[in-house]
Design a binder for this molecule. Structure first.
Ligand SMILES: O=C(O)CCC(=O)C(=O)O
Ligand SMILES: [Fe+2]
Length: 246
């Protein structure tokens, strides 16, 4: 079998895995808690081959050493365009399932921005506004590394949901390094959620805020995400942000 045929077969399998996710449950979970797990989005071979790209810098536009910026410890690289096929597929094929949630959230929060059905149309909006640098990224953490709580905002245009796929197996390849989310509710103390992921699972989560229905109407809560300290081993993640960067 030629490499091209193998690649097409993989693309079909990945497209099917995306389509077969329970998107109704995902939307309900996003509404209820601001995040949702997509189990087994990538298979082990895909996780391994995407993580291995980290050692091939020619496919990336930049490298960030987190400690230099006070972001934490560890490093990441932003992919260059054209994105690797699997990364591009994840971004364009997952987006249409999330756009209706994003539109509902904006309506609930009284925000006028609406998102088109196709990712290409949203990217065009970003690019027309000068946000044209690709934001999908690959992260690498070794023992002692962590990612401080943050929000991935890269300009005026923001798609309010993003996704991270865990590429390493907890318990065998690394220990610690939990994905965490915090929610800052108005006039209340912050709440933290630890998201249990296995290799190949993705977490979809709010980039910066989400609506919550209260007794006196809908209010907006502020979210941040990060990664607790990796206690041993090496942990890789693929980050999919749907807006591009200035
Ligand atoms: O490594 C992680 O799990 C989180 C990565 C992250 O901050 C992101 O994908 O935006
Ligand atoms: Fe992030």
């Amino acid at each position: 079998m030629s490499a091209a045929i193998a690649l097409r077969a993989d693309a079909k399998a990945l497209a099917q895995r995306i389509a077969w996710q329970d998107w109704e449950r995902t939307a309900a979970s996003l509404d209820a808690s601001g995040h949702a797990i997509l189990p087994g989005l990538l298979d082990d071979a895909e996780c391994r081959s995407i993580a291995a790209l980290y050692e091939r810098p020619e496919g990336f536009r930049s490298r960030v050493v987190m400690a230099r910026h006070g972001f934490g410890s560890g490093e990441y690289r932003y992919f260059a365009y054209p994105l690797p096929a699997a990364v591009a597929m994840l971004r364009t094929a997952v987006y249409p399932y999330l756009a209706p949630v994003a539109n509902r959230w904006n309506a609930a929060m009284g925000l006028d921005v609406r998102y088109p059905e196709a990712h290409a149309d949203f990217l065009q909006r970003c690019h027309d506004a000068g946000q044209s640098r690709p934001t999908p990224l690959l992260l690498r953490y070794d023992a002692g590394d962590y990612n401080c709580l943050h929000q991935d905002l890269y300009g005026e245009h923001v798609f309010p949901l993003q996704m991270a796929v865990l590429l390493s197996q907890p318990g065998t390849e690394f220990e610690g390094g939990e994905f965490v989310l915090t929610e800052q509710r108005p006039r209340m103390q912050s709440r933290v959620e630890v998201v249990p992921l296995r290799r190949g699972d993705a977490v979809v989560f709010a980039v910066h805020h989400r609506p919550v229905a209260g007794t006196r109407g809908t209010y907006r809560i502020n979210l941040r995400h990060g990664v607790s300290r990796v206690r041993s081993g090496r942990r890789h993640t693929l980050g999919i942000v749907f807006h591009d960067a200035q």
